[in-house]
Each structure stands twice: as structure tokens, then as C-alpha cells.
Design a protein around this ligand. Structure first.
Ligand SMILES: [Zn+2]
Length: 333
């Protein structure tokens, strides 16, 4: 994913900086702060501040074990490590009690030639096929100068998705079907998020393929997880996300943690965008502040397991499970 719909680092930093100044002036207006020296983004409370309120419903440690297994090697589409990641995800889903696990293979043109992709969909049947999707991308970004394992981006979300699946599969009397989508090809092959020479997009390959082929999977809303494992968890209020969904998650966050765990507003381009374009309500639960300066670990060799915490997985997973019934009640009739 990337911030905004920007195609190169220079415009990205310019945009970030102008948005930054805008949000700062809003903060000054609202809170009457005096801007003397360092600019500060509004931050959500730290994990420790809400921890005592927190009754978890997922096992963050067990989710982390899946994350660790996914981070043994890069998961770049078209490589053997990518195929092994698929096998691992399917084995983990089966062990978690998910009985229907579908492959959705496809091949398409990318800046490095034709590449084979495969979305993996775990289905937890309800009384109706209409359902809620929970998604995470399992591919890792291609880097040629170092092995990038994408621990937070997005092995963290895949480990949590398996654990969420385990909790949901243990209960079978749900009206809605749950679709656990392990999305392929989110990352751009080119260094920057943008288009191929022929104008087609060089990113979100799997999510775009999924929304074009939904006959078997009548998804009524998407909850997307991405970069959810950072020790210093700060979910953003993602501005493309469906406002009703964001409001539901924020309200639930206040119920279970005593306060909202969402921080600054941010425009993030991610796998929820193809769903939104297809008029499917969607939310991106993402922490796009990764590293001491905000982005220093994102898409660098620093995106490794030591930056993650099972507590963050626990916290996001608990929020998802608590909000899911409300999402289903609104969107699955
Ligand atoms: Zn990425």
C-alpha cells in the first residue's frame, strides 16, 4: 500500500508535508496549541494506557507463531517462496478448523512479465452465502538488493487472519458467511506505487481480480487488515474507508478499550480500493506509522519480526471480532 495516490517519492513527501501542515493547523484551531518548534501529529493512546480495560478474544501469541513461519523467506509472486507461503497459509487455515479453502489462481502481465498469482479464500459458511470478507495481503514486496520478509507488511495481518478464522470457525450458527481472503499481489513490482507502461495498475493485482470474480463469493463488506503488528500500534483513520464502517469500529473500540484506538486521518491506497470502486463498503485497518520517524521501517530491511508485538495482534483481533456482528447486521440482510 502507499499513502495517497502518488507515483513517486518526491510527490509523496510533498503531499505528506502539505497534508501534515493542514492537520497541524486544524489541531491548533481545535486544541489551541501553540506551534513552537516541532510539529506533532495527533496520536492515539498507547497500548499500555488501555491494557487494563482489555479482555482479549484472540490469541496474539498464536497469531505471532504464524507470522514467524511466514517470515522465513520473501513471498514475492513468481518465486518458490511465494508458493511455499500459499502452502503454509492453507495448512494453517486447515489446522485452525476452516474446512473450505479455495484457490483462485490467475495469471497477468506485470512490469516483470507474466506472473502467476493465487488468492486463497477460507470460507466459514453461514445460513446465507452473503457474507463479510476479512482480508490481508500475503505477498511481500520485491526487492533485489536484500531479502525483504515484510513482517509487518503484511505477514502480521495474515497471522492475525488465521487466528481470527480459528475463533470464527469454532462457532457455526452465524447468519452471514465469513470469507477470509489471503490476497495476492498487493505490492507494486516497480519501486513506486503506480502504473505499468500500458497504463494498467501495477499493484492490488489480487484484490482487483477478486472483485471481478465474485459470483462464488457474495461479499457485502470488507474489513482489510494491513500492518497490524507494530509494537507501537497506531491505527489511522483511513479516509477512503466507508465512513459508517469507520464509525462502527471506533464506537466498538471505545466500548472495549474505554477510548478510540484510532489516530490521525490518512489517505492510504490499499486492497480496499478495488472493493470500494465496486461499491462494496470497506475499511482498511492499518497502522501506517512504522518506525521512529513514521515510515523508516516501511518497505525497508527494518520490517522484521523484532518490531512486532503479539499484543498489537491481540488488540486488533479483539476489535475485529467485537465489531463483526455489527458489520454483518448492517450489510447482510
Ligand atoms: Zn507494502
Amino acid at each position: 500500500m502507499t499513502e495517497g495516490s502518488l507515483v513517486n517519492d518526491r510527490s509523496r513527501s510533498t503531499m505528506t508535508s502539505s497534508r501534515f501542515h493542514l492537520s497541524l493547523s486544524v489541531a491548533v484551531l481545535v486544541f489551541g496549541l501553540v506551534a513552537c518548534g516541532e510539529e506533532k501529529k495527533p496520536l492515539p493512546p498507547k497500548v499500555e494506557e488501555v491494557e487494563k480495560e482489555w479482555k482479549s478474544t484472540v490469541d496474539g501469541e498464536r497469531a505471532m507463531q504464524t507470522v514467524i513461519r511466514l517470515c522465513k523467506e520473501p513471498r514475492v509472486p513468481g518465486t518458490p517462496g511465494h508458493v511455499r507461503a500459499q502452502q503454509l497459509i492453507k495448512a494453517e487455515l486447515a489446522a485452525a478448523g476452516v474446512t473450505q479453502i479455495d484457490d483462485q489462481p490467475f495469471e497477468t502481465k506485470t512490469p516483470i512479465g507474466m506472473v502467476k498469482f493465487n488468492n486463497i479464500i477460507g470460507v466459514i459458511p453461514g445460513k446465507t452465502k452473503d457474507g463479510i470478507a476479512i482480508g490481508a495481503h500475503y505477498d511481500s514486496k520485491r526487492f533485489t538488493d536484500f531479502p525483504f520478509v515484510g513482517a509487518n507488511d503484511a505477514a502480521s495481518a495474515c497471522g492475525l487472519l488465521v487466528e481470527i478464522g480459528r475463533q470464527l470457525a469454532a462457532k457455526t450458527d452465524r447468519k452471514e458467511t465469513i470469507y477470509l481472503i489471503f490476497i495476492d499481489g498487493e505490492e507494486a513490482f516497480n519501486e513506486d506505487w503506480g502504473s505499468q507502461e500500458d497504463g494498467t495498475e501495477d499493484h492490488t493485482y489480487g484484490s482487483r481480480h477478486f472483485v471481478k470474480n465474485m459470483e462464488k463469493y457474495p461479499v457485502k463488506a470488507l474489513v482489510l487488515l494491513d500492518m497490524v503488528g507494530d509494537k507501537d500500534l497506531q491505527l489511522v483513520r483511513e479516509t477512503n474507508s466507508t465512513p459508517e464502517l469507520l464509525a462502527m469500529f471506533e464506537a466498538t473500540s471505545k466500548e472495549i478499550y474505554g477510548k478510540s484506538i484510532f489516530g490521525a486521518r490518512m489517505d492510504v491506497q490499499d486492497d480496499h480500493i478495488p472493493f470500494l470502486r465496486a461499491e462494496i463498503p470497506a475499511i482498511d485497518l492499518i497502522d501506517f506509522h512504522f518506525g521512529p520517524d513514521g515510515k523508516t521501517h516501511w518497505h525497508t530491511k527494518e520490517d522484521t519480526l523484532d518490531k512486532l508485538s503479539p499484543k498489537s495482534l491481540d488488540r486488533v483481533g479483539t476489535l475485529v471480532l467485537a465489531t463483526l456482528p455489527k458489520v454483518a447486521a448492517k450489510y447482510v440482510k
